[in-house]
Design a protein around this ligand. Structure first.
Ligand code: PMM
Length: 307
């Protein structure tokens, strides 16, 4: 049993890892840049992802591609709010991918249920008060700086220990701001201040993060470390659109390790992949953790019997 955050507990069957489909309303995202930049195209894309099995749609208007420059807030609002509004009206569970409290607040007013903040609240001091006041679900991702500097921050003693400690700092700050634990999802932030090799220990030791008791979201989809993994003999990274098979494999592994949700571009294949992990788990498969562990680290009531 992987308990979801407040407002989203109705999704899935409580056992399956959820699929968050990416709706980037940006001209320059590394993985699908520009394809859904016009609001009508983005809404159509979101609807298509719903039909393919997305449980949540993550709408973002600012690229976090390594080296990307910031988008003015007015432009981010212009991109995101019409798409959030239309998809929420269409019945989707919408998440807004933003580091700005103003954009998050407007998106919640427009029907979003979850704020996906890749900065974990570090980019905007107004974010935690907004989350506390709204009571909305909130993803705190591990982050060490905006896209223009993040690769230089890929320096760790032990990446898993360091990321867990820095996420624990975020949880302490969220609690101090009045945010309830039930609102919070944690994310190791693959690719953010993790240029290559640092991503693999986070995946291999994901059960440690799951055991901290919060729902865990993982965003590996089409990221650079998969491109490097799949590089042919001349070492040229595989292009983003050629990374979906590797992304599905990661989704199976993290689903088996107890992730609450995976954030992906290719929803159809991922929806299949997480169902494989659930069937495997029901048949007794285990990867290093017990998915019946609850938020406080204690076994969830009745969980073992339903396995
Ligand atoms: N990655 C990207 C954007 N938003 N949000 C969360 N919570 N976790 C991630 O790993 C994450 C994210 C970058 O990918 P994209 O440019 O393809 O959207």
């Amino acid at each position: 049993m992987v308990t979801g955050p407040v407002g989203l507990t109705h999704l899935g069957d409580g056992e399956r890892t959820l699929v968050m489909g990416v709706v980037n309303v940006t001209p320059d995202s590394f993985s699908d840049g520009g394809r859904w930049f016009e609001p009508t195209a983005a809404v159509a894309h979101g609807r298509a992802l719903m039909n393919e099995g997305a449980d949540i749609l993550d709408v973002g208007g600012e690229s976090t591609r390594p080296g990307a420059l910031r988008v003015p807030v007015e432009e981010e609002l212009r991109r995101v709010i019409p798409v959030v509004t239309a998809l929420a009206r269409a019945g989707a569970a919408v998440s807004v991918d933003t580091t700005r409290a103003l954009v998050a607040g407007r998106a919640l007013d427009a029907g979003a249920l979850l704020v996906n903040d890749v900065s974990g609240g570090l980019a905007d001091g107004g974010m935690y008060p907004l989350v506390a006041a709204s009571g909305a679900a909130y993803v705190a991702m591990h982050w060490r700086g905006h896209a223009d500097v993040m690769d230089a921050n890929d320096v760790y003693d032990d990446v898993v220990t360091d990321v867990r400690r820095e996420l624990a700092d975020r949880v302490a700050a969220l609690r101090a701001a009045g945010v309830r634990d039930e609102q919070v999802v944690l994310d190791p932030g693959l690719g953010f201040a993790k240029a290559g090799a640092s991503n693999w220990p986070l995946l291999a030791r994901l059960p440690e993060l799951v055991h901290d008791g919060f729902p865990v979201l993982v965003g590996a989809s089409r990221k650079r470390f998969l491109g490097h993994l799949l590089a042919p003999a001349d070492d040229t990274p595989a292009p983003p659109l050629a990374r979906d098979g590797a992304t599905h494999a990661v989704s199976v592994l993290v689903a088996a390790a107890g992730a609450w949700a995976v954030r992906v571009h290719d929803v159809r294949g991922t929806a299949d992949a997480v169902r494989v992990a659930t069937a495997w788990h029901r048949a007794g498969g285990r990867i290093g953790t017990d998915r019946t562990v609850g938020r406080d680290g204690a076994p969830a009531a009745g969980g073992a019997a339903s396995d």
